[in-house]
Design a protein around this ligand. Sequence first.
Ligand code: SAH
Length: 214
Amino acid sequence: MVNNYYEERKRMVELLRRQGISDVVLHAMMRVKRHLFLPPNLSDQAYGDYPLPIGEGQTISAPHMVALMCDYLNLNKGEKVLEIGAGSGYHAAVIAELIGEEGQVYSIERKKWLVEFSTENLKRAGYKNVMVILDDGTLGLPEHAPYDKISVTCAAPDVPPPLLEQLKTGGKMVIPIGRYRQTLYMVEKKNGVKRERKCDVVFVPLVGRYGFHE
Ligand code: SAH
């Protein structure tokens, strides 16, 4: 069977367009080859709009969730972005498209095999401005702080204080909060901290010092 990933990706992007995703994010979604971020036996499902298992109970988020979170962050060229939970590396690649070669993504992942998986996928797909780091993402990454934007791709009990500290004044963070019922929040640091509820979501738990315990 010959896969026509390009056509499938186009169809996926058309569905996202109907859900109100912005043109700039649709353009980025069209450029990232999601099939390169999956275990080989799942690559033919790459352009369905649903999460997929990547191993040990972890998942690659559904395309519409990646698109929505990128839209909320309003990413601009040249920005410095911190991601918590690299997983497959797919979401980081979409962010990398949006901030361009002059921007930089730092993505923290607590599982070593996923650091290797995402690093390999990102390399294969040609992304040079994403660095995946093995650590507890609830502590952030102080050596490169402050960040313009922070994208948390696992569900936290609350906003980890180090992440708020490492966000620039005027910066934005998206973060799912909750254990069983989760809500995606947009947090803005500007004259204090503003939190806005966005929608109900389902993510794997953020496990760490300021996260849930295993
Ligand atoms: N963004 C990913 C999906 C992430 S799934 C993608 O595009 O594929 C959530 C990931 O968060 C999992 O890989 C999990 O191992 C990781 N994770 C959970 N708690 C973490 C923590 N404290 N620090 C870093 N990564 C964490």
